[in-house]
Design a protein around this ligand. Structure first.
Ligand SMILES: [Zn+2]
Length: 130
């Protein structure tokens, strides 16, 4: 059974397809600069509806993590590290993603984003920063 692919729609297209250009993209409020994740049509900080996708650096730090050892699906390779990565651009801007090339990360470890193509989407994951 292949791993599931994201259902791409107008609200999440920039996020799931940014990896084609090597870019991790989040919705960002054009009025106050706040990044929104998950995407939303309205900024929770200033209530502006002027939001548009923008690329971030792809650099972040491990906020917290777990090591999954359960093979939930036949094509899922275990064990793997699943982390909440806090992006450098904004405190609290966190993405849940796999961390590869690392058996056991540490809290605060610096990581860089990379992408795995799957269907029409590019799944972001992270590696220890070089
Ligand atoms: Zn705003």
């Amino acid at each position: 059974m292949p791993l599931p692919t994201p259902q791409i729609n107008d609200e999440n297209r920039a996020f799931w397809t940014g990896g084609a250009d090597g870019e991790l993209r989040f919705e960002r409020c054009q009025a106050c600069g706040y990044y929104l994740h998950p995407p939303s049509p309205r900024c929770p900080e200033c209530w502006s509806d002027d939001v548009a996708p923008e690329a971030v650096s792809g650099r972040g730090t491990v906020y917290t993590y777990t090591i999954n050892r359960q093979q939930w699906m036949p094509d899922l390779e275990v064990p793997f590290v699943l982390a909440a990565v806090e992006l450098a651009e904004q405190p609290g801007l966190r993405l849940i993603a796999r961390v590869v090339d690392c058996e056991a990360p540490t809290i605060g470890m610096a990581v860089d984003v990379a992408f795995e193509p799957r269907g029409d989407a590019f799944i972001p994951f992270f590696r220890p920063a070089s």
